[in-house]
Design a protein around this ligand. Sequence first.
Ligand code: SF4
Length: 460
Amino acid sequence: MLLRHTDSNVIEREALTVNPAKTCQPIGAMYAALGINKCLPHSHGSQGCCAYHRSTLTRHYKEPIMSGTSSFTEGSSVFGGQSNLLQAVNNMFTIYDPDVIAVHTTCLSETIGDDIPQIVDLAREKGFIPKGKYVFHCNTPSYVGSHVTGFSNMVKAIVDYFAEPVEYKTGKINIIPGWVEPGDMREIKRICYQMGIDTIMFPDTSDVLDAPQTGTYDFYPKGGVTIDDIKKTGSSQKTLALGITSSTAPARALDVKCSVPCEILDLPIGLAATDRFVDSLRKAANVEVPGFIEDERGRVLDFITDTQQYLYGKRVALWGDPDQLVSLTEFLVDLEMKPVYIVTGTPGKKFLTRIEKALNGKVPEAKVKQGANADMFLMHQWIKDEPVDLLIGNTYGKYISRDDDIPLIRHGFPILDRVGHSYFPTVGYAGALRLLEKILDAILSKMDRDSEEESFELVM
Ligand code: SF4
């Protein structure tokens, strides 16, 4: 097995990452672009990059991911990819008829220094961009950042290119959901709808990457925010941006460009973070929280009370995206569990202080690491040194789970070996119930499996 010989003796490393706890920037840019209606993402780089990005998204969402590529050859690697991108734009509008093409760069095109806005201007001059159609871009060199910063860059580009500053305000609330599953975006929209709040969510991958099976293949599924709605985000009265790492930059850009004030919130995962989200919605739209949402909250509280005896003091290792980790940590601490090991490969200034706040001084033994050396190898070394009761993270933790016989709850991105995660929310009160049920099931199933005959209980 891959990690069987991992040594528990941690040696400080400076220039080596082993099994990174992140993926590459363009994957996030591609995911964000898919949240625009009739948008065709385009990868400006080699075919290999594009194939990797598409296949990772396809394996996670179990849906075909459409994207163009500039298909760099040796020649374009030396002389630049201008002619490839011009031809690609012409081909894509002619053959696939998208409303918008979202170009992201790769390590190679960034190293060459291709000037994408200049190439897009040239494409327009040559008549390759039909009237009423758009091409926009973001920069995603993958020797910095991660899939989360790539997502953030593309969402900011959406604002930079399309949001229109206007004098009047419509009273709508913009929601930037951060990198969450399509099922999460659907749940956030449901909460807003049931509170009677008119929103524009961008990007919105619900009904794109979890579109219903109808018997006919739609190259462009019905979901995704429209360009018209994105333009109107400049006239909304407020933006709620969920996830500090993924949503701060676009929310601030919209404030600067269109004077739409923003509030940056944690992802609404768990009880307290959802409370803050619902309260911010209530204040922003000046509405009352309906009784049935309070009832949903009450059910989460009841479930927490019922599970406390099983979860108290259980040690948990977490890895993945910073926004997810902050909210998950807070939730686990609220459950009186102990998130003792927390690792993310995604850089970002505020992560460590936010984790410290989420830990709230309740887990003094917690080890937290961020950046290039914060990898799955280090996580495994910590676990070998002092084990945990539960793992929560993406598919890459399954080797640790198998080697050390620790239950794994698959959460975050990517999940390559299971189906269905994209349909079920982990945000909101409904998501908290689901997460709690998964945690409890994992802990009790192991207890059942490991108990001696005389202590194997029917009622637990
Ligand atoms: S890290 Fe760079 S070269 Fe590798 S797949 Fe990502 S964009 Fe391409």
